[in-house]
Design a protein around this ligand. Structure first.
Ligand code: CP
Length: 317
């Protein structure tokens, strides 16, 4: 029997996940439940009714958008945010991440929003704690809330992602944003092309159901959206691009290139390297939805906190 026919469609009312670790394992109805909840919050701000919940950040990598956005989302819902900083904690004395979580959980922390350099670290920890773990980026693995806010922004602009052509350009090899976007976009029916230099393209990426291009001028023709990724020089163990100038010439999103796709929405997860992967003219231009993405990030994170809180309150159905 086809399992997809037997599985119940997930809605905001029957959400069943304790954690948000990635989008690979979610089905389309779960993604839509998050997007619909975020959209309802945009129409009408929810009451700050989650004052019995506490959230702590576990960030071992820097962040501007994700951390602040989760904090704003939590505060809007009434969730208390613990003033805990991983970089000033006993993690530095050798305490394990699991012991850190267990100790904070014993103080009543319900949510951990974690960013870590190791891919998959939260998947090992999640079954060992009753607290909810929310992945804010793990190595080159996944960054689920970033992809959710990206698809939310596209859905809001275009109504539906079905059949939409989306180009993801840049450092695909090191990008957790690319992976989570591919999972979300494919599940929602978009056609995805990943574009970048061969040295920054993961082997066998085609197996995820995407087209591969090394020519941005060709890839961008007819695109509905282009998601521009940062060149992650800090993750490169060797020089994988010949020079920044050469990279910008071949893969930088300029106004001239964008003129091949006049209706194309421009996304960038941030932080942007202006003049490396995107020109300022494009980043600040009329096709850019970059700051819209940031605003939508708060709504999407509110939706995730709200759905998981309801599941926790209902006694983990
Ligand atoms: N997009 C994103 O993850 O940005 P930060 O690194 O600033 O959180």
């Amino acid at each position: 029997m086809n399992r997809s026919l037997t599985r119940r469609q997930v809605t905001a009312q029957n959400w069943k996940r304790k954690d948000l670790l990635g989008l690979q394992g979610l089905d389309a109805s779960e993604i839509v439940a998050i997007l619909d909840t975020a959209a309802s919050f945009k129409k009408s701000a929810p009451k700050p009714s989650l004052s019995d919940k506490t959230l702590a950040f576990l960030f071992s990598e820097p962040s501007t958008r994700t951390r602040s956005s989760f904090e704003v989302a939590a505060l809007r819902l009434g969730v208390k945010v613990l003033g805990f900083s991983a970089s000033a904690s006993s993690l530095l004395k050798g305490e394990s991440l699991l012991d850190t979580i267990k100790n904070l959980e014993a103080m009543g922390v319900d949510f951990f929003v974690a960013r870590h350099e190791s891919s998959g670290v939260l998947e090992e920890l999640a079954p060992l704690t009753k607290a909810s773990l929310l992945n804010a980026g793990d190595g080159a693995h996944e960054h689920p809330t970033q992809a959710l806010l990206d698809v939310f922004t596209l859905r809001e602009r275009r109504g539906s992602l079905k059949g939409m052509k989306v180009v993801i350009v840049g450092d695909i090899l090191h990008s957790r944003v690319a992976r989570s976007n591919v999972y979300a976009l494919k599940k929602l029916g978009a056609r995805v092309t990943v574009c970048g230099p061969s040295a920054l393209m993961p082997r066998e990426i085609e197996k995820l159901g995407v087209s591969v291009s090394h020519d941005l001028d060709a890839a961008i023709k007819g695109a509905d959206a282009v998601n521009v990724l940062r060149l992650q020089l800090e993750r490169q163990k060797q020089n994988l691009v010949t020079s920044i100038g050469d990279y910008f010439e071949k893969f930088g999103l300029t106004q001239e290139r964008l003129s091949r796709a006049p209706d194309c929405v421009v996304l960038h997860p941030g932080p942007m390297n202006r003049g490396v992967e995107i020109s300022s003219e494009v980043a600040d231009g009329p096709q850019s939805a970059i700051l819209e993405q940031v605003g939508n990030g708060v709504l999407v994170r509110m939706a995730v906190l709200s759905l998981i809180s309801r599941w926790r309150d209902d006694g983990a159905r």
